[in-house]
Design a binder for this molecule. Structure first.
Ligand code: BG6
Length: 484
C-alpha cells in the first residue's frame, strides 16, 4: 500500500531571525528542496523578519547565496532558484520595539495558513508572541515554531511555556527537536509498529540491553560560548537522546496521532528512574596533535562542562524492568555515527553446545550516516566438519532498499517545516514532555555540580573516557565499536 503525500495549503511563513545561521543553513535550503518537490503552493510567501536593514531583493540574494552554499550543485539550477526566491519578502522588525510591525501586519494574510518561526534567542519569545497579538497579526489558527534550547532547567522551561501560553494555545505551538524529523528516527516507529516481528520480543524478557549512541567528530569550536553553558547533558541528552529513548521504549499509541504518540512518550519520561552518580561518566576532550582542547575551544580555562557523557538509564515499568538503556554522546570522537542497538538475550539453551562464535542477536538502527538497519543472526558456517556457527548481518541500507528515494533522504528541517504548514504536531514536543524531561535531568546535573565532579579527560579521535568502558564492563557488557 502506498500512501499519498498530504497536500499543502497556501501559506505565509514568517521567519523571525530570517538572516541568522539556522535560516541560512537549514530553513531556507530546506524550503527550496520542498519547492523542487512541488510542495510550496503558488502564492505562498516566505517572509524574513529580522533586525538587519534589508529589502526583498537583499533577502532574496541572501537566500540564493544560502542555497548555493548548502545545496549541492546537482540539486539546483539558477532558473529554479530565481523562481523560488520570488516567494520571498523581507521586513525589518524590532522584536522588542515597535519598528516594522505595521509593515509585517500588512504583508501577512488572514486567509492562508500562517506560521511564525521564532529562530531567535528564547529571551525574545515573549516579546514576539505579545507583538504578534497586539498588532493583530496572529489569530487562533496561527502556528508558532520554537527551537531548542527550550529552557536550561525545569524552572526556565516552565517560564517559557507560560510565556507562550499567554498568547497561544498548546495546539498552535510547534517545539522542534530536529532528531524527530530525521527519516530513520521515524523509521523506528515504522519498524516497531508496522511489523509483527519485533514487538513480541520488545521487552525486558527478551532484550538484554539497549545502546543509544550519538557520536560526533566535530568539537565545540565556534560555538563554545553557548556550549559551555550547556554541556552534553543539556545539549543532547535532555532532548535528542531522550526522544530516541522514548521511541524505543514507548508503548504502541492507539493511533499515529499527535497526542496519542506524545502521551506514550511522556509516560516513558515519567518512568525514568533517577540516575546514580556511579552510573554517569562525564568527559572533556583534551588537546592533541590535531586540535585544541575543550577548554581552549570554549575559552574557559576553568570549565567543568562535559563534552561527553555516558549513562545507564532505567525505565521503571513492566516492559523494561531489568533492561538497562546505555546512552552515550560526545564531541571529537573517533567517528560520526548515531545508532540505536537493541541487544537481545541469548537463547535459553544452546543445542549446539558452547561456541566461541556465539553472539546475541542485535538489531542496530543506523540513524546517520548510511541510514539503515542491521540484524545480526547466527547461521551455520558452510562446509562439512561439524555444526560450526557464525554471525552474519542481515543488512539493509535505505539507499539500497529504496533506490533513489532512499538515497535522497530529506533533511529533518524540510519535513518539520512542512508538518507545521500541514498542522501536524506528531513530531513536535509537547510542553509537558519538555518539562518532564527537565524534571528528570535537573537532579542529575544538580548532583554533579554539588559534588564538584570533574569531567574525565579523553583524547580527540578516541571513543571517549576509559571510565565509560567500565560502565558496561562491570555489567559484563561492552559498547559497540564506534565506526562509520
Ligand atoms: C544540535 C546540538 O542540537 O544537534 C549540536 O546543539 C549537535 O551540538 C547537533 O552537534 C547534532 O545534530 P546532527 O543532526 O548533526 O546529528
Amino acid at each position: 500500500m502506498v500512501s499519498r503525500v498530504i497536500p499543502v495549503k497556501t501559506f505565509d511563513l514568517v521567519i523571525f531571525g530570517g538572516t541568522g545561521d539556522l535560516a541560512r543553513r537549514k530553513i531556507l535550503p530546506g524550503l527550496y528542496r520542498r519547492y523542487i518537490a512541488g510542495q510550496i503552493p503558488e502564492g505562498s510567501r516566505i517572509i524574513g523578519a529580522a533586525r538587519a536593514d534589508l529589502n526583498d531583493e537583499g533577502f532574496r540574494a541572501l537566500a540564493t547565496q544560502a542555497i548555493e552554499e548548502f545545496i549541492p550543485a546537482k540539486a539546483r539550477d539558477a532558473a529554479t532558484v530565481a523562481r523560488f526566491v520570488e516567494h520571498m519578502h523581507y521586513v525589518s522588525v524590532d522584536a522588542t520595539g515597535t519598528g516594522g510591525w505595521k509593515e509585517l501586519a500588512k504583508l501577512v494574510r488572514k486567509d492562508v495558513v500562517q506560521a511564525f518561526y521564532f529562530s531567535v534567542a528564547p529571551a525574545l519569545f515573549g516579546a514576539l508572541a505579545e507583538r504578534l497579538h497586539s498588532n493583530k497579526i496572529a489569530n487562533e489558527q496561527s502556528r508558532i515554531v520554537v527551537e531548542k534550547p527550550f529552557g536550561r532547567d525545569l524552572e526556565s522551561a516552565q517560564a517559557l511555556n507560560a510565556t507562550l501560553a499567554e498568547h497561544f494555545d498548546e495546539s498552535q505551538i510547534y517545539r522542534i527537536d530536529h532528531y524527530l524529523g530525521k527519516e530513520t528516527v521515524q523509521n523506528l516507529m515504522a519498524v516497531r509498529f508496522a511489523n509483527i516481528l519485533f514487538e513480541p520480543l520488545w521487552n525486558g524478557r527478551h532484550v538484554d540491553h539497549v545502546q543509544i549512541t550519538v557520536a560526533e567528530i566535530v568539537g565545540v569550536g565556534g560555538r563554545g560560548a553557548y556550549y559551555d553553558k550547556s554541556g552534553a547533558m543539556r545539549d543532547m541528552v535532555q532532548n535528542h537522546m531522550m526522544q530516541l529513548l522514548c521511541l524505543i521504549a514507548m508503548e504502541a499509541p492507539y493511533k499515529f496521532d499527535p497526542d496519542a504518540v506524545r502521551d506514550e512518550k511522556l509516560k516513558v519520561i515519567r518512568a525514568l528512574e533517577p540516575v546514580k552518580p556511579e552510573e554517569i561518566v562525564r568527559g572533556q576532550y583534551r588537546a592533541n596533535r590535531d586540535g585544541k582542547s575543550y577548554v581552549e575551544d570554549s575559552e574557559n580555562p576553568a570549565s567543568l562542562t562535559e563534552s561527553y557523557i555516558a549513562m545507564k538509564v532505567h525505565v521503571a515499568n513492566w516492559r523494561w524492568a531489568g533492561t538497562p538503556f546505555y546512552l552515550r554522546t560526545g564531541k571529537k570522537l573517533r567517528a560520526r555515527t548515531s545508532e540505536i542497538a537493541v541487544v537481545f538475550k541469548e537463547v535459553p539453551h544452546s543445542i549446539f553446545g558452547d561456541s566461541e562464535a556465539w553472539h546475541e542477536n542485535v538489531l542496530a538502527i543506523r540513524l546517520q550516516p548510511n541510514e539503515g538497519m542491521t540484524l545480526s543472526v547466527m547461521i551455520k558456517e558452510p562446509g562439512p566438519g561439524g555444526m560450526r556457527l557464525t554471525e552474519v548481518p542481515l543488512d539493509m541500507s535505505f539507499a539500497d532498499a529504496l533506490g533513489d528515494s532512499g538515497a535522497d533522504i530529506p533533511d529533518a528541517y524540510e519535513r518539520l517545516i512542512m508538518d507545521v504548514i500541514r498542522g501536524n504536531q506528531t513530531l513536535f514536543m509537547r510542553g509537558d514532555e519538555v518539562e518532564a524531561a527537565w524534571a528528570w535531568t535537573d537532579p542529575i546535573i544538580d548532583g554533579w555540580e554539588a559534588r564538584g565532579d570533574r569531567p574525565k579527560p579523553y583524547d580527540p579521535g578516541s571513543s571517549g573516557p576509559e571510565d565509560a568502558l567500565m560502565l558496561l564492563h562491570r555489567d559484563g557488557r561492552r559498547w559497540r565499536e564506534l565506526k562509520e
